[in-house]
Design a protein around this ligand. Structure first.
Ligand code: ARG
Ligand code: ZN
Length: 852
């Protein structure tokens, strides 16, 4: 059944107090629950509790045994009074739980994942975020197998029990929705530290991992302490319990989870050291640690009324973790990365069959709405409010929001109202960002006559499924003019608010012809379609004073010339691209990280998105032609840059050294594109001399793409060297599955048979299937076998883990952008998925919507 936002009704019953007692055993765990329930308002409806795959052993109401009654899968309890005590005993089987929702086993550890609707797989409950309860939790388990017993909140008591078992009692004083419940039991070691908060509270910090992984927790611990301090400094938010624990598990459906006082993480976002994690992995660890910590306020203290409001906590928290990363590293480089992610993951969503507003109106399965739209576009929407209101009013707005709604379950509307009330700015029209899907296009044209300069702007919001007519949105554009002769900012940056369908802006008098620098810093998540003068884009790519706009101009230039060749079937006009890349490489003033970003060509997926009826083979051919041209024509510049970048201190994680390593990887790949032999020998040297995973992985990728004997040797070496480290073995799979070659499906099929491959571990599955489907030239084989392979994997994975299986459907849904022959094969693959009996609603929803 479709769930609709407009159907929201307050809960009939509240559950202020919850007591849970777990008799933990991987094969059969007994959960005893004691819920004190109270009637919410005047009505005579019974109590209805969600439950899924639970074996009900007993039901008591106010101490009296009751016969259970079920309606539509829910436990229905008729209650005469205005309050009652409901007790249930249920049995569950954690080791059989392959969905990884609810209580499950991962490598001998028992752990939970409840967001969004996993708590109902643990006990009967009102599994919705607007029912807030205080929890008291008793855990009992075999002491030898599960020496550590953790739950939310503060530890109250612990001790031994009969038969070699022991117990722990935990209490969380903060009322919370059940999706924030967590427990962990296992043989874990702890990296302990502490943080003193701004009001002097001493918080004990713990990162719990398997003993062998303890040495890889230092970076995450530092990030955690940095996060505590940053949130105090930047948002005035202080931590509120005596304990903050993080546990790392290897089987996890996504990145991590912000359970109150007990965050549970995918090992991938905790364990890191320079030998086994790349600089990118290390940055991601810090960002995810910060993200989950920041949820303590944006998500936990103030939570969501219903799941349609997911962006309330996720958009805001992503924006907060982006701010953290900007402050801890280089803001300019971070912004380029953020926009890259948005373009790669969110723009295609907005342009395709799965388009939805950041606050969706309906869903079949909420797990499908943990999307780049809700998360990343949601963060852009918060960023736009900050841009429009200014940093001080924005901060007043968040202060008001947290103060007004502390302890409540609220809506996106409540957030916007707090921003309005604190700033006095009317955000009525701005709210369309919450309700309208689709990426707006802004058309821009600069007109200069005599002394006057006028900017002509127009916006279009494209139709999306279920939304044919759109209204003009509020689009904040940071705009400046760059003198065509002087190269200087001849009109200082200003904020233009585009609110109409069409609008003109008077930019005053400028003493020379000017070039338009628009959407600086990516101030709005839109596509800009600007009328460009000859030489304008080249000039902006060489010298725009806003580093993001400069990067953008370079990308626009590369995209323009590649698309032209793809469309006309001829050779690529490479002069402008080669000149721009050469100038970037030779620049004395640009920093290495920026150079690495600026010389990278837009990816094949991005080009495909910009075409109608794209031929992926042609897209690949053209992009390779450009890479080859850069490699051959700029061989010396590349080698000089490569050698200079090799001076990075391998042990240093400073921004400067990370930037050098990034440039080294980017130049090596281009050197190899121009001269395979040289690329192979440099790659092999770099691989053998590598002291960090950043150096080793980038060398391995180049070798794997070249596909020589040396690459086979390096891959074998890599496997044996890291055999015992699952996160590195994921890289071994991912590198091979990302080789952009039409015949790479054979490699992928062989990898699927490798003893180290399993469909049951989401990281491993993403490493293989995600990497392959994310490599257009391999995935879009003309014979459609890439699609068939993915469809089979989805169907097989769906039987174990619907949530993770559903994540691989979207690539098949991009058929609208692909030429008719392949598009028909993509549709056939989707139809085959839909024909599968017993399909989960997760996969069903995405596959049926993708077919249209
Ligand atoms: N709240 C978690 C986070 O962003 C993610 C939970 C994802 N849940 C899901 N069903 N996909 O940090
Ligand atoms: Zn989150």
């Amino acid at each position: 059944p479709v769930i609709r936002r407009e159907d929201y009704r307050a809960p009939d019953w509240l559950v202020p107090e919850v007591e849970l007692a777990f008799d933990l055993d991987p094969a059969r765990t007994i959960v005893r629950a004691r819920l004190s329930v109270t009637r919410n308002g005047e009505h005579d409806r019974p109590l209805r509790l969600d439950g899924e795959e639970l074996e009900l052993l007993a039901l008591r109401v106010d101490g009296e045994a009751r016969e259970a009654r079920f309606e539509d899968g829910r436990l229905v309890v008729d209650l005469p009074g205005s309050s009652a005590v409901i007790e249930t005993d249920v049995a569950i089987a954690p080791e059989k739980n392959s969905q990884l929702m609810g209580l499950y086993a991962s490598g001998g550890i028992l752990c939970t994942q409840c967001e969004a609707e996993g708590f109902r797989r643990i006990t009967y409950f009102a599994d919705r975020p607007d029912v807030l309860s205080r929890y008291r939790v008793r855990l009992e388990a075999d002491k030898a197998r599960f020496p550590v017993l953790l739950a939310n909140g503060n530890p109250i008591e612990q001790g031994d029990a009969a038969d070699g078992r022991h117990f722990a009692l935990w209490e969380d004083p903060f009322p919370k929705p059940c999706y924030l419940f967590a427990l962990v039991a296992g043989d874990l070691q702890c990296n302990r530290d502490s943080f003193t908060t701004m009001s002097g509270r001493e918080v004990e910090l713990g990162i719990w991992v398997r003993e062998a992984d303890l040495s890889k927790t230092a970076l995450a611990m530092q990030a955690l302490k940095d996060s505590f301090a940053w949130d105090e400094r930047t948002y005035g938010r202080e931590y509120d319990l005596d304990r903050f624990n993080i546990v790392a598990v290897s089987d996890f459906n996504f990145g991590a989870m912000e359970n109150k006082g007990l965050n549970i993480f995918n090992t991938r976002y905790v364990l890191a050291d320079p030998e086994t994690a790349t600089d990118g992995d290390i940055d991601a660890v810090a960002a995810v640690v910060a993200h989950e910590y920041f949820h303590n306020w944006s998500g936990n203290r103030v939570t969501c009324r219903d799941w349609f409001q997911l962006s309330l906590k996720e958009g805001l928290t992503v924006f907060r973790d982006q701010g953290f990363s900007e402050d801890m590293g280089s803001a300019a480089v971070q912004r380029i990365d953020q926009v890259r992610t948005l373009r790669a993951a969110q723009f295609p969503e907005d342009a395709g069959p799965l388009a939805h507003p950041i606050r969706p109106d309906s869903y079949l399965e909420i797990a499908n709405f943990y999307t780049a739209t809700v998360y990343n576009k949601g963060a852009e929407v918060i960023r736009m409010m900050r841009t429009i209101l200014g940093p001080e009013a924005y901060r007043k707005g968040t202060d008001l929001y947290f103060e007004r709604h502390d302890g409540q379950a609220v809506t996106c509307e409540d957030f916007v109202r707090a921003m309005e009330d604190a700033s006095g700015v009317d955000l009525k029209q701005f709210r369309l960002w919450y309700s309208q899907a689709g990426t707006p296009t802004v058309q821009a044209r600069l007109e200069q006559d005599g002394e006057g300069t006028t900017l002509h702007l127009a916006q279009q919001v494209p139709p999306t499924p279920g939304q044919s007519d759109k209204q003009p949105m509020v689009i904040p554009l940071r705009v400046a003019l760059i003198g065509a002769e002087s190269g200087r900012e001849v009109a200082a940056e200003q904020l233009v608010l585009l609110t109409e369908g069409e609008q003109t802006v008077d930019l005053g008098t400028v003493g020379e012809p000017a070039f338009l620098s628009i959407n600086r810093g990516f101030s709005a998540p839109v596509l800009v379609d600007a009328v460009r003068k000859p030489g304008e884009i080249e000039a902006l790519a060489a010298g725009d004073s806003d580093s993001f706009a400069r990067f953008e101009a370079g990308q626009e230039l590369m995209t323009r010339d590649m698309l032209a060749a793809i469309r006309n079937g001829g050779a690529v006009e490479v002069e402008a691209i080669v000149a721009a890349v050469g100038a970037t490489l030779r620049s004395q003033s640009l920093d290495p990280a920026f150079k690495a970003d600026a010389i990278a060509l837009p990816g094949e997926s991005l080009l495909i998105e910009k075409l109608d009826a794209a031929d992926p083979a042609r897209v690949h051919e053209v992009r390779e032609e450009v890479r080859r041209a850069i490699g051959t024509r700029l061989g010396e510049d590349l080698q000089r840059a490569y050698t200079a970048a090799s001076a990075a201190d391998p042990t240093s994680l400073s921004g400067a050294d990370k930037g050098l390593r990034r440039l080294r990887a980017a130049t090596l790949a281009l050197i190899a594109a121009g001269d395979a032999k040289l690329g192979a020998s440099l790659g092999q040297q770099q691989y053998e001399a590598a002291r960090t995973m950043t150096e080793r992985q980038s060398a391995l990728m180049v070798l794997a793409m070249l596909g020589t004997d040396a690459s086979g040797k390096a891959l074998d070496d890599f496997f044996t060297r890291f055999e015992d480290d699952p996160l590195v073995i994921d890289k071994w799979f991912a590198v091979q599955a990302s080789v952009p070659d039409e015949s790479n499906l054979h490699v992928v099929e062989a990898l699927q048979q490798h003893p180290a491959f399993t469909l049951a571990n989401p990281n491993r599955l993403r490493a293989l299937a995600g990497s392959f489907a994310g490599t257009p030239s391999a995935f879009h084989r003309a014979d459609g076998k890439g699609y068939d392979w993915l469809a089979e994997v989805i169907v097989a994975a769906d039987k174990l883990n619907p949530q993770t299986a559903a994540r691989f459907v979207a690539p098949l849904g991009r058929w609208r952008k692909i030429e008719p022959g392949r598009a028909a094969r993509m549709r056939a693959a989707l139809q085959r998925i839909l024909a599968e009996p017993g399909l989960s609603k997760d996969v069903f929803e995405l596959a049926s919507k993708s077919l249209g």
